[in-house]
Each structure stands twice: as C-alpha cells, then as structure tokens.
Design a protein around this ligand. Sequence first.
Ligand code: NAD
Length: 327
Amino acid sequence: MVEESVVNRARELREQLNQYSYEYYVKDAPSVEDFVYDSLYQELVEIENKHPELVAEDSPTQRVGGPVLEGFKKVVHDVPLYSLNDVFNKEDITAFDQRVQKALGHQVTYTCELKIDGLSISLRYEDGKLVQGATRGDGSVGEDITENLKTVRSIPLKLKKSVTLEARGECYMPKRSFMRLNQQREEEGQDVFANPRNAAAGSLRQLDSKVTAKRNLSTFLYSVADTAPLDSSSQFDALQELEDLGFQTNQERRLCHSIDEVWDYIAEFQEKRTDLSYEIDGVVIKVNTFEQQEDLGYTVKAPRWAIAYKFPPEEAQTVVKDIEWTI
Ligand code: NAD
C-alpha cells in the first residue's frame, strides 16, 4: 500500500502540472518559469518510478504537449511527433549513454544539436510542393496552420527535388524580433509575451495569417517523419540532406564519438547561449544512425535513442524561491 500522503502528492502534482500545461500550450501564457515546471515534473516522475501503480491516465508523464485549439482544422499525424526525455546533469547523460550501449551492445556516435526554444512543426511536401503545415498538438493530432506557415520565409514552398516527405522541426522567434514585438505591444497597451517561445506559438496560432506574416518567425528543420525518401542513413547526414533540399537547418550541430565530447559540446553552448540570435534551452543528443535508432525504439512519450539536456535557469536563486512558493 502506498502511503496516503504520497498518493495525495502525486494527485496534487498532476493537477498543478496539467494547469501549467494548459496555460503554456493552450493559452501561450505560462504563469511559472520552465524550471519550476521541470522540477515539479521530475518530482512526479520519481514518485511514479517508485510506485508505478500511481501512474494515472491524465498524468503529464503519459502525454505529449496540449490539446488542439478550437478554430483550427485538425491534422492527424500518421507518424506521431514525440517529446524528449529531459536530463539535468552529467550523471544522467552518462546513464543514458550506458543504457544505449547496453541495448545495442557497442559504443555509438551521437549527433548533438541545439535545443531550439520554439514550437514543433510538421511540413508535408508532395512531389516537392508544400501541401500542409501543422503544429505538434498532443503528438497524434495537431492544428492545421498551413496558411500561417506559408508566411514564414525560411519555409520553402517548393523543394529543390520533387520528393514526397514530411519534414519536422522548430519554428521560433528570433530574440530581436521578440524584443521589437513586445516593445510595440507595450506601446499599444497590449499584454506582452512571456518569452520568444510563447510569442512564436501565439503568432503561429492566429486565425488571420496576415498577423503571422508580420511576426518575423524563422525555422530550423531537423528530422523527417519517415526516413525512406531520404538518401541518408544517419541523423548527421540527414541534416545536410534537408539543407540541400532547401530547408534551413541549424549550423551548430556536431558529431560526437564519446560522452565526453557530448559534454564538451554542452559546456561550449552553455557559454555561447546568450550570444546566439535565437533562444535555446538545452542540447539534444541523438544516436546517430537510423538503424540504431530503430533498434532502440520509443516509449509512450519519447524516443529511447535521444535525450534533451536542459540548461540550468539563468537565475536559479529566484527560481528556487518560486518553487517553494508554488508548492
Ligand atoms: P521539450 O520542449 O522539453 O522537448 C521536446 C521538444 O524539443 C520537441 O518536441 C521539439 O519541438 C523540441 N526541439 C528543439 N530542438 C530540437 C532538436 N534539435 N531536435 C529535436 N527536438 C528539438 O518538450 P515539450 O513536450 O515540448 O515541452 C515540455 C517542456 O515545456 C517542459 O520541459 C517545460 O520546460 C515546458 N513547459 C513549461 C510550462 C510552464 O508552465 N512554464 C508548462 C508546460 C511545459
């Protein structure tokens, strides 16, 4: 029997996190910092790991993202868009590497990429032409935002090859555009956006695409729903292939042959983070070859072949205070 106080705490965490998710994903207006959300989420994960019987259907650990907004047509993702499991320190990254090596029986190479703090998007091309653009939504069903995405200049309406594929990546608002937008909103007496991620989400989920067109959004594409149409057989090569097809990809990617190299990459970008023209909230580490990715597979929510290292918040002190306050 699980102690009543633990059962109650799990319920309290589920309710609190679901409320935060609603504000974040549906309203595009979070009421707490991501670090606060992440800490409470980790607390729930720990309780659920210790007491699997407490894993409820409505637990945020069992779900990706948020519901689809009224007003948009729904798009069913034939291949779901997953989230990523988060880690916060070197030990957890090492543990991930050990799990991967144990499952595959040998050492592996990783592609490290910056974790762009934007909004997941999916772009479907038929014979090289953009036919549909969607949000991730809850991973299985997203919102049809084709007209809005067509206004984003870095998204090719036509690819350089007549291929049929579904490209996936992140739509984001550059820091400068975010600052300008908030300044303008303040002058007009409108609410300001909490951060560039929420500004990007709010801009993409507009029923009038003319509003989106004015928001100066950009993209980095990093994967495809089904790798069959690609010539590449690894993540690192696929990024180049996506670029050759006409997509914007992030140039800071790196192939790492050991977990120490992965850690060096993380440390380097933790330093450089503020100098970038877009926001990142961490680093994504992906097993490089598609064959190995397939062997590792997925959990209900995330791939087993990738992990997201989340940077510590820039003002940890204040945030820790917030957590105490929130609990
Ligand atoms: P996530 O943002 O932690 O990670 C998964 C996402 O990373 C992917 O879906 C993808 O969109 C993105 N990503 C960026 N760069 C990528 C790359 N190079 N390769 C692959 N993926 C990349 O997960 P999530 O499910 O989107 O959101 C959960 C996070 O949202 C939480 O960790 C929390 O920080 C935040 N959140 C905050 C609140 C709040 O109230 N502040 C509420 C809910 C969620």
